[in-house]
Design a protein. Structure first.
Length: 335
């Protein structure tokens, strides 16, 4: 073999080696990219599962509160006792009526039973107001579906009333109705509503007062100061707390800064700098992030921005008390 043939053969071998190395590198890069994508998908699914767990726990708490406000599970007792309750409220309010009628009883997806009642009554506006106040102060799961007021002679009203009330499955109450105050009315008692509503003639068309006849005085010339400078754009108004995940034996908060298209991952003790907000992460629990700035301590719940945080006071017990409160507030998540 001549020198020229040897050189040509060496060049061919070198080209084959380079080609093989480049192909192997491309396969390696593809495998690493696929693994990274799988890891990101797994993290997203884990975060979604943990968020679904928190939502399920909240739903269970709400269901328990509904069961406490439910009618008795014995539907015969529920129908009888709620009808008597409506009868007493109409009578105490001063309304005249013949009776209260059970229209129907319907199950709702196996989770509750809906009872509908109707009544026809007569009385003045003050009596209607007192009945509505008593109805909405009761803590039961009921609502008025129909309320038709028709004016009659001597300032009396004809009242057509429709009511719907629920008996929730799984309620522990066998008899009796929920007691207490729902806290729904804003004014302290029925007398306050009567004083506010009855003096108005709610069945007369509103007539605005006539405009003033005299010309208004000339408006003085006011020298206005130049407008203040526009406030700086603050990215922390668009930094959302989107997730709290378990990382080792610690909880890690994920903050998505939408204006920058990036996600910050912080632990308790990390510095926090987003836009005009500068501070330190004080603690991370299963439902919120607590941070401290020069303005004080703040708590951001899941789904809210850093600027939508609730202001917290100082904890007298120091760091130990903070850790106790955060552990009580949080939910232990599996590793």
């Amino acid at each position: 073999m001549t020198d020229r043939e040897k050189k040509l053969a060496a060049a061919v071998v070198l080209i084959l080696l380079l080609w093989g190395g480049w192909s192997a590198w491309q396969r390696y890069r593809g495998a690493m990219a696929a693994r990274k994508t799988d890891l990101q998908n797994a993290e997203s699914e884990l975060q979604a599962a943990r968020f679904a767990k928190l939502r399920a726990m909240d739903a269970a708490e709400r269901l328990e509160r509904y069961r406490e406000r439910s009618l008795p599970t014995d539907l015969q007792a529920a129908q009888r006792e709620y009808r008597a309750w409506l009868f007493d409220r109409l009578e105490e309010a001063g309304l005249e009526f013949d009776g209260v009628t059970l229209v129907d009883s319907r199950p709702g997806a196996g989770a509750y039973t809906s009872l509908r009642y109707s009544a026809e009554a007569a009385g003045d506006l003050a009596a209607v107001t007192r009945f509505l106040d008593a109805f909405y102060r009761a803590p039961m799961l009921h609502k008025i579906t129909t309320l038709k007021l028709t004016p009659r002679e001597r300032s009396t009203l004809k009242v057509n009333l429709g009511v719907r009330v629920l008996a929730v499955a799984g309620a522990t109450r066998k008899a009796g109705l929920p007691e207490g105050d729902s806290g729904r009315p804003a004014l302290p008692d029925a007398d306050a509503y009567v004083a506010s509503i009855v003096p108005r003639d709610i069945f007369r068309e509103y007539t605005p007062p006539p405009p003033p006849r005299r010309d208004p005085p000339p408006r003085p010339v006011v020298k206005r100061d130049p407008p203040p400078p526009r406030p700086r754009f603050d990215e922390s108004n668009h930094a959302y707390l989107t997730g709290i995940v378990q990382s080792g034996d610690r909880l890690q908060a994920w903050i998505n800064v939408r204006t920058a298209g990036e996600t910050l991952r912080v632990f308790a003790g990390d510095e926090l700098a987003v836009g005009l907000l500068k501070g330190t992460v004080e603690s991370v629990s299963a439902r919120r992030l607590v941070y401290r700035t020069d303005a004080g301590r703040f708590a951001t719940p899941l789904g809210k921005t850093l600027r939508q945080a609730d202001e917290l006071g100082e904890i007298p017990g120091g760091d130990a008390e903070v850790e106790a409160l955060e552990s009580a507030d949080g939910v232990e998540l599996p590793l």
